[in-house]
Design a protein around this ligand. Structure first.
Ligand SMILES: [Ca+2]
Length: 200
């Protein structure tokens, strides 16, 4: 399983605000232009969203960067209320994922370019808590901080440029699950997911 609780370092709040029209919030949609942002949520979160919601988020990061979306939670009325994620600036772009129902864990969603478009639509009855997500961008040749698993260590805490490797080990009594070594690729993504350290 993908480790969802990586220790991603976000820029200082002042830095985010200076680049952005919306950085976080529980409103319905927004236009996001900061290099990273969140948490963003469905309307009224952590209360239930309303009926007949139609929310759109457009994320635009600097050209040459890609976007990595991570979800903290996701629960909508299965089969009736949908969050759709498109790999571009509008719903004309390729659909990456269409989410509905309850998902305790969602693998990070990575764009192929510097824009992502999200639309949330609920129907006329029954609602749930909704969802919360954040995003971070990486430029070509520079990967995001892949984090450290709980009960684990890594040999590289700061150099996440293309070609650099992070090697993970687990503390005594814990077993590494996943790939011990991941390498930053030229496109700004890692060769694998951050491993986890579980009980033996
Ligand atoms: Ca509904």
């Amino acid at each position: 399983m993908e480790q969802a609780t990586t220790d991603v370092t976000l820029p200082a709040p002042d830095d985010v605000i200076s680049h952005s029209t919306v950085t976080s919030g529980t409103g319905c949609g927004g236009n996001l232009t900061a290099p990273s942002g969140g948490p963003l949520t469905s309307p009224n979160y952590p209360g239930n969203y309303g009926n007949n919601e139609n929310c759109e988020w457009l994320i635009t990061v600097p050209e040459g960067s890609i976007i990595r979306l991570t979800f903290d939670s996701f629960h909508t009325e299965k089969g009736y209320d949908f969050l759709t994620i498109y790999d571009g600036a509008s719903d004309n772009a390729t659909e990456i994922k269409r989410l509905t129902g309850y998902h305790p864990q969602i693998s990070p969603i990575i764009s192929t370019s510097n824009t992502l478009f999200l639309r949330f639509r609920s129907d006329g009855k029954k609602s749930r808590q909704g969802f919360q997500f954040s995003y971070i961008s990486s430029t070509a040749g520079q990967c995001w901080d892949p984090g450290v698993p709980t009960n684990g260590n890594r040999d590289n805490n700061s150099n996440f440029t293309s070609g650099q490797t992070v090697r993970y080990t687990c503390m005594d009594g814990y077993q590494l699950r996943g790939t011990a070594n991941i390498t930053c690729q030229p496109n700004g993504t890692w060769t694998g997911s951050t491993p986890t350290c579980g009980g033996k």
